[in-house]
Design a protein around this ligand. Sequence first.
Ligand code: NAP
Length: 274
Amino acid sequence: MNDFSIVFIGGGNMAASLIGGLLEAGMAPEHIGVAEPDPERRAQLARRFPVTLHEDNAAAVAGADVVVLAVKPQVLRPVACDLAPALERRRPLVLSVAAGVRTEALRRWLGEVPLVRAMPNTPALVGSGATGLFAPPEVSESLRERAESVMRAVGLVVWVDREELMDAVTALSGSGPAYFLLVMEALEQAGIQLGLEARTARLLALETAYGTAKLALESGEDFAELRHRVTSPGGTTERALAELQQGGLVALFQRALEAARERSQELAEALGRD
Ligand SMILES: NC(=O)c1ccc[n+]([C@@H]2O[C@H](COP(=O)([O-])OP(=O)(O)OC[C@H]3O[C@@H](n4cnc5c(N)ncnc54)[C@H](OP(=O)(O)O)[C@@H]3O)[C@@H](O)[C@H]2O)c1
């Protein structure tokens, strides 16, 4: 973890989570830099982390082994084009966490640098993210490992071997927190309809979601197997699940993910233009 230096371009929420995770994983603060144009945001970061802060992106990346692009996708093109000359000599690993921006567009803007693309999700902000990673074939194993070690600082990491699968990752885990929140919201509302107090319904929905995820994680068993185990024949769960199945829940999730993937493809086209 301390055999490379890292600089974040953009010191927002995702950068702050990654910095927190890297420091916790034992990275020395003197190996971490952040370029952030907003002085107030820089002051906030300085209060939280003993890392080096920069106003200027190009000056920040001088000497960096890893450059993390952590600005909003909408501003990535000008940021990347401005950085290109500064990256040309040293060619550090560039790790982009910008949702939806493809490596083809990044290469066009940045020039010939080793690139890894990451698609994290919002639970990364509390260290429980799920990140999909993609690297073009020419990126070496050691640079892949380096990118992976950075993203692991905020949770689970999986690799996909074809870039189009990043749209599937976006549809599942990128947008996924909102699906689970909707389910939790629906359970909360249904509990209230059954007469529970709002606070009680909220807590029960929340803890049930958390506990179920924890159980599935710790047991490592198939979701279906765990579900069968809590579904006694003739019991309450069986009756509720029959309603959900009749309502087409599984097919509905299939359609939802397909719609999200299609939107991800459209956004990637729009973001990568020119
Ligand atoms: N948050 C998540 O959970 C999440 C999940 C998946 C992917 N991502 C990706 O992570 C990236 C960052 O997201 P975020 O939530 O951290 O956004 P954010 O909080 O808005 O952070 C972006 C930061 O970049 C700064 N910035 C703007 N223009 C800049 C420039 N020219 N040079 C350097 N820094 C600049 C912004 O400053 P100002 O505020 O002054 O503009 C802001 O502090 C995005 O591309 C997003 O797609 C985030």
